[in-house]
Design a protein around this ligand. Structure first.
Ligand code: MSP
Length: 502
């Protein structure tokens, strides 16, 4: 089965911060899980490189726009490599392949009379690249980012968004899983019910030169949000029927809650106008705050993911951002919470468990996996794992990452408890045969844990599977979650420290 998933395209007016890394890691976990299930995955990410916001940033940085855009796009790529993001394609809106599709889309809409020219009067927020009607603005402040907005009066090209209002409403009401989490759906429905206005999709060239010209009127450039949204079909080659029909509809767009209206209203309406069905799902996650406040350049409180990756490793960062806050809600980032979880859950619970098991294997069995000793006792560890796996799978269906990690850590805690309760050192002293079974069970539990953590902690997963001498190819991985696969007799050596204490 094919699975197509996307992240938003990040603005390259600045370097990446934790908010960007959040969307990216969350999408990567899902891409890895889909591959784990054996699906044919296309995971798309990239950068949003046109618009007034980018133009302004280049002026402030005193750099040619193309140079700044290139430099910052590289910084995103570099961070994604550090975070082990397994994207299949990185699209930049300044690339030819994208611009060609944008032109094609605009021509279709124009020929079908879904685009028309009229007078526009309203506010524009450069930071959000967003138009606002006069009724929504108080004291010249953007309702979303609170920055100053500018008054725009010009002839402009409009997309007939209002024409698709009823179709959209019906679609959203018929597909309760289109907008996730479900609690965000009502705000979109209410917004649509207030009445959708046609959307200004142009900027006069002199207002914003760094953008794609409208193919039917070179005096105007395309509004950057329409440009950016089209990436989701330009990357899969809209125009090449075979490729496009294979991947579309997109299975899930991962985005932050701040850009939900663009994705849940403008994007499906554009697709309706093109005669294409909307994406299957849009998941809007919450925001990372710092001490309850929004991060911003001016406050200087933006969290730099790179320093965490350098100090604690990519897996620790990936783990923390998806464990600390329920996916979908806002959360507060704090260094102390990070270190606390790192030491307690990664270094202690998981790291120690690994060293204890490998240590006992060395001490009692000279590193050789023992034969499973069948003493007809209930295997509580096996039962617990078999009970948790369906819950974990359900967790992915619901995109409840924090629950998935809770379930995995319940298994890890149960394994630690199992060591205390079975006390292998006592069994060894008494030369009990049941020691075989206990160590085998722990190794088998470890093998399954290493697979379960794979989407979240790919480096750690690989370290453990390498130790166990087993790296099953993706396509067979789902089947490898069954109990009792680890072969007896294999020699396992060189266990390494997974998470050094901080
Ligand atoms: N360029 C547009 C998206 C176009 S998609 C066709 C854009 N870019 S952005 O760089 O501003 O934001 C990209 C993503 O980062 C969004 O999903 C946004 O929600 C997320 N985050 C930016 N700051 C954030 C936090 N502080 N916390 C969590 N995520 C936030 O919007």
């Amino acid at each position: 089965m094919k699975f197509y998933l996307t992240t938003p395209l990040y603005y390259v007016n600045d370097v990446p911060h934790i908010g960007h890394a959040y969307t990216e890691v969350a999408s990567d976990v899902f891409a890895r899980w889909q591959r784990f299930l054996g699906n044919d995955v296309f995971f798309l990410t990239g950068t949003d490189e046109h618009g007034q916001k980018i133009e302004k940033a280049a002026i402030q940085a005193n750099k040619p726009i193309a140079e700044m855009v290139q430099e910052n796009a590289e910084k995103f790529k570099k961070l994604w490599n550090k975070l082990n993001i397994s994207y299949d394609d990185f699209i930049r809106t300044t690339e030819d392949r994208h611009i060609q599709v944008v032109n094609k889309v605009l021509n279709i809409l124009f020929e079908n009379n879904d685009i028309y020219k009229d007078k526009y009067e309203g506010w524009y927020c450069v930071s959000c690249e967003s138009f606002f009607p006069p009724t929504q603005i108080k004291e010249k402040k953007c309702p979303d980012c609170l920055r100053e907005v500018e008054w725009v009066v010009e002839d402009a090209y409009f997309f007939r968004l209002s024409k698709y209002q009823n179709q959209l409403l019906e679609f959203i009401q018929r597909n309760p899983d289109f907008i996730l989490p479900r609690f965000r759906c009502q705000e979109i429905i209410n917004f649509i019910k207030q009445g959708l206005k046609d959307l200004n999709i142009s900027r006069r060239r002199e207002k914003n030169e760094w953008a794609i010209p409208l193919p039917f009127d070179q005096q105007y450039n395309l509004y950057v949000w329409v440009d950016a949204l089209i990436n989701y079909i330009s990357a899969i080659d809209f125009g090449n029927k075979e490729k496009f029909n294979y991947w579309w509809p997109c299975d899930i767009h991962f985005i932050g809650k701040d850009i939900l209206k663009f994705h849940a209203i403008i994007w499906p309406a554009l697709l309706f106008a093109l005669g294409i069905e909307p994406p299957r799902k849009i998941f809007a996650h919450g925001w990372w705050l710092v001490n309850g406040e929004k991060m911003s350049k001016s406050k200087g409180n933006a969290v730099d993911p790179e320093s965490f990756v350098d100090n604690f490793g990519a897996d620790s960062f990936r783990y923390f951002i998806l464990r600390h806050v329920p996916f979908g809600l806002d959360g507060d980032f704090s260094y102390s919470a990070f270190v606390q979880r790192y030491n307690a859950e990664l270094a202690n619970d998981l790291g120690n468990l690994f060293l204890r098991i490998s240590g006992m294997l060395e001490k009692y069995f000279f590193n050789k996996i023992p034969e499973k000793f069948d003493d007809n006792q209930d295997n509580l560890l096996q039962e617990l794992i078999e009970e948790k796996i369906p819950l974990i799978e359900k967790g992915y269906e619901e995109l409840a990452y924090h629950h998935i990690l809770d379930y995995i850590w319940e298994i890890i805690s149960a394994m630690n408890k199992y060591i205390e309760e079975t006390a292998p050192w006592e069994l060894a002293k008494k030369k009990k045969n049941s020691l075989n079974g206990v160590i085998y069970n722990l190794l088998e539990g470890l093998r399954i844990v290493s697979l379960l953590i794979y989407p979240f902690l790919p480096e750690t997963s690989e370290k453990i599977t390498n130790f166990l001498g087993e790296i099953p190819p993706h396509k067979q991985r789902r089947e490898q979650l069954s109990w009792g696969i680890l072969p007896a007799g294999r020699i396992l050596k060189n266990a390494q420290v997974l998470f050094p204490r901080k």
